[in-house]
Ligand binder design. Structure first.
Ligand code: ATP
Length: 312
């Protein structure tokens, strides 16, 4: 069995050099919240399986080849006939504002179903299951896949991590709430940006009290450049963001989750988990691309070097 199992859609990712309507050059990579987390964990030396559906096309081959190259297990994935690999395009519009365009409706990735989950659990349950609020927003079959994965993981005693990752373009807060809140009794660890808490908690209610009462054991709240906090019923830890030159903020949240889960797998305490999370989050914002700049285990200490240092 692997340390971490995660499931979702991985898209081909184009990054433009300027406004799309002016044309010009694009660079090609892959992106998807769960794949970003998987790559982050693999780089830190953990065994991780990503499961999803790719198109029977060259971009699907790019997705699988890249994940394999990063050491992510893709053995439970399937290739869909007749549906293309989804696309995401990042367009730097002005200064550090990046506009994102998706071409994902009807994509192969949205054909993810319980069948892939069953295959992914063959050979044993992972130590940690990581799911996001993006996957169940992709359609009925992906929603059933997430529900099944959470149930299987819970039954096997695995730790279940949910990153709310609300995507307003895919579904409303109300629909997200109706799908995600029933999962909470099976979720051990919730990760959310502070503005995503209303998906899980009614207005006026105290988020931490409500989530702990629902059965969650640990809550981690991200605040972008203002850092993050981690909470259990007995302990609260706050960390500022690490000061790095900000190059590209996309993927910070996923990198953060990879660091947090890595600390959890290593048996690190709450402050140690949060320290690793803000470190991997900072690596993500300090480099171009969703996951390209993420550290290996040996590189984790690099941000402690004096700025401007040449590492020889
Ligand atoms: P995204 O959706 O772009 O992946 P997110 O909104 O899920 O991001 P953020 O809260 O933006 O997640 O970032 C997650 C963590 O990454 C933060 O808690 C922080 O530790 C780190 N981080 C984010 N922005 C910065 C920054 N400007 N400088 C340093 N660290 C940052």
């Amino acid at each position: 069995p692997v340390d971490v199992l995660t499931l979702g859609e991985t898209m081909a990712a184009f990054r433009a050099g300027g406004p799309l309507r002016l044309g010009g050059q694009l660079s090609l990579s892959i992106a998807g919240a769960e794949a970003n987390v998987a790559i982050g964990l693999a780089r830190l030396g953990h065994t991780v399986r990503w499961v999803g559906v790719t198109g029977a096309d060259e971009l699907g081959a790019l997705v699988l080849r890249t994940l394999r190259a990063e050491g992510v297990d893709v053995s439970a994935c399937t290739v869909a006939a007749g549906a293309p690999t989804g696309l995401i395009i990042f367009e730097p519009r002005v200064a550090d504002l990046i506009r994102v365009t998706y071409y994902r409706s009807g994509s192969a990735g949205s054909r993810l179903s319980e069948a892939e989950v069953v295959a992914a659990f063959e050979g044993g349950a992972p130590r940690v299951l990581h799911v996001t609020g993006i996957t169940p927003a992709l359609g009925d079959a992906p929603r059933a896949a997430v529900t099944r994965a959470v149930a299987e993981a819970k039954a096997a005693g695995a730790t279940v991590c949910l990153d709310v990752n609300h995507r307003a373009r895919l579904w409303s807060v109300e629909r997200a709430a109706a799908t995600l809140r029933p999962l909470l009794p099976s979720v051990d660890l919730v990760v959310a940006s502070d503005d995503e808490l209303p998906v899980l908690v009614d207005p006026g209610a105290d988020p931490l009290t409500t989530l702990f009462a629902a059965g969650v054991r640990e809550v981690v709240v991200k605040r972008g450049g203002d850092g993050a906090s981690a909470h259990t019923p007995h302990l609260t830890v706050e960390r500022p963001a690490r000061r790095v030159p900000v190059v590209d903020t996309v993927g910070a949240g996923d990198a953060f989750v990879a660091g947090y889960l890595s600390g959890l797998l290593d048996g690190t305490d709450l402050p140690g988990r949060l320290d690793r999370a803000v470190t991997t989050g900072a690596f993500a914002v300090a480099a171009r691309g969703d996951w390209e700049g993420l550290p290996t285990r040996a590189e984790l200490g690099l941000l402690d070097a004096v700025p401007g240092t040449t590492v020889r």
